[in-house]
Ligand binder design. Structure first.
Ligand code: ADP
Ligand code: MG
Length: 514
């Protein structure tokens, strides 16, 4: 059998010989005896050092080190903290406006805005939980509905989601009331005086009420997520909200996404509801990363929505430290963080427009990297690695989701850089871009449009384009790549259309032809 392995050409002869010597084999079994031997051989030789490995699973090494995290969940974006340092003022402002609801009146609409990671969602959720708890405590009917408009991004879906939430709440109320009536009927049958303190003067009256509730129950029909005319969805929602007396606060988070995608009809409809509602009142709390979206609103909607405005300014490095420290105390084991870790995470995130989400991501990722290194302390270097990793993940995501035309433009810039061209100008990019487009049968845009696409890439932080004056030759852009070349190229080539380009050298040559 050693022979066979050493002289592959004679494999079949050898197998045939072997087969001849032993019992006849089925044709498909020709090589089986040899394979078995090989496998057994391997197992045999591997036994000494291999058995240990077999019993030590994939996870043993990783489990060995002291764990760094006490509760990693606390650092995830999905976690809603109950203490929000440096947001006291904004939270108090919200509460001062919304307390009106607990007095049974309609709170002003509120527009909240600030950059991402400034604690808008966390603060709004915190306030809404407090509001609902207090309303239960004092038995004032007040409900808060939260909708993330990045996910629920059309008028139909916003209204359908709201309608269904209120329909379900109403059904719960109806069930409770029916149970109470059932109970009352039983008691009143035994002792008619049970009716004395109630709104009913006879068992028949209770029956009637019960029938009415049952009819209501039949009438509330869930709104399907597509298919109805929007009018019908709106009136379902309207009827559901108005079913009984209450103040409803509708939180529309990422409201700019809704307006961008579907215009301001939803806001228009919601903001004029109060004049028609009989039993209930609606107040809107819009949350946005960007105030510019209000330019696209009907002036009536704009003034109604912005009755009160609350700004969430970016956090500075010191504030971010406090936020991180509070979370780290719960998330990490006692001595898991070296001294510099939190200040460095805070400093990096402060540069990133004071984004607390980025600060927390850095801290979590740094912890994970330390865990992977199997050491029991997170060090400054882990934070630096985390910063690089997050930055790269961001670039990959941005590049991956670029439209094809922008990808081609970016690819042209990468090809130039890879061929040692510095201070790339728009004309050079355009020439290569044209050739790439022809190669993959894409439309060729005008040079002007390509210039716009380059500006967009600049705004996304993928390239850096500076305008330089060329004296009497006018002005041109000098373009350079702001992201790692290899990784970015790999992401571009993973796009099936760009992946088809196999030999790129001719395109780079082409720039000299023009
Ligand atoms: P936004 O909605 O403004 O983009 P988020 O409310 O989602 O920001 O906050 C981003 C992350 O930072 C969340 O994980 C949140 O819990 C946390 N965070 C923001 N501000 C604070 C704060 N003041 N205290 C504690 N955690 C905060
Ligand atoms: Mg948010």
């Amino acid at each position: 059998m050693t022979d066979q392995n050493d002289t592959p050409e004679t494999d079949f002869d050898a197998v045939d010989d072997a087969a001849d010597e032993s019992t006849p084999l089925q044709p498909s079994d020709q090589s089986t005896p040899d394979l078995d031997d090989v496998v057994l051989d391997n197992l045999d030789t591997g036994t000494d050092d291999g058995s240990d490995e077999a019993s030590r699973g994939l996870f043993d090494d990783l489990l060995e080190g002291e764990p760094i995290f006490e509760n990693k969940e606390v650092l995830r974006p999905s976690y809603t903290p109950h203490k929000l340092p440096h947001r006291e003022e904004q939270i108090n402002n919200m509460a001062t406006i919304l307390v009106t609801a607990l007095r049974g009146d309609t709170p002003s609409n509120i527009l909240i805005y600030g950059k991402t990671g400034t604690g808008k969602t966390a603060s709004a959720k915190f306030v809404s939980e407090e509001l609902e708890t207090t309303s239960q405590k004092y038995e004032v009917p007040c409900e808060v509905e939260y909708i993330n408009c990045e996910v629920t991004d059309t008028q139909y879906r916003v209204l359908a989601q709201l309608a269904n939430k209120f329909i379900n709440k109403n059904l719960d109320v109806i069930e409770d009331r029916l149970d109470e009536l059932e109970d009352l009927i039983k008691r009143a049958r035994e002792d008619p005086s049970e009716l004395d303190d109630t709104e009913f003067d006879s068992l028949e009256a209770i029956d009637e009420k019960r029938d009415a509730f049952e009819a209501d129950r039949e009438e509330f029909e869930e709104v399907p997520m597509t298919g109805w005319p929007t009018d019908r969805v709106y009136s379902s929602f309207f009827d559901a909200v108005d079913y009984h007396e209450r103040v409803v606060v509708i939180m529309l988070d990422e409201i700019d996404k809704l307006v961008e995608k579907s215009g301001d009809d939803t806001l228009y409809n919601l903001s004029r509801m109060n004049s028609e509602l009989e039993n209930s009142r609606v107040s809107i709390m819009g949350i946005s990363n960007d105030l510019k979206f209000t330019d696209f609103l009907d002036p009536r909607v704009k003034s109604s929505l912005g009755e009160e405005e609350i700004v969430f300014p970016p956090y500075d490095a010191n504030q971010l430290r406090d936020i991180l420290q509070a979370r780290a105390d719960v998330a990490f084991k006692g001595a898991a963080l070296t001294e510099d870790v939190i200040p460095l995470c805070a400093a990096f995130a402060a540069q990133e427009h004071g984004d607390a989400r980025r600060a927390l991501d850095l801290l979590r990722t740094a912890g994970e990297l330390a865990e992977r290194d199997q050491i029991d302390q997170v060090e400054e270097d882990h934070v630096r690695q985390a910063q690089e990793k997050i930055e790269l993940d961001r670039v990959v995501e941005v590049v991956r989701t670029l439209p094809t035309q922008s990808k081609i433009v970016l690819f042209a810039i990468i090809l130039l850089e890879k061929n040692g061209v510095h201070n790339i100008n728009t004309g050079e990019v355009f020439n290569i871009y044209k050739n790439l487009c022809n190669e993959i049968d894409a439309d060729v845009l005008t040079q002007r449009r390509v210039t716009d696409l380059i500006s967009e890439l600049d705004m996304l932080g993928i390239v850096n384009a500076v305008v330089v004056s060329k004296g009497r030759y006018g002005r041109t852009k000098e373009i350079s790549l702001s992201v790692p070349t290899e990784e970015t190229e790999a992401v571009l080539l993973s796009d099936s259309r760009l992946g088809d380009i196999d030999d790129v050298q001719p395109f780079v040559q082409a720039r000299f032809d023009n």
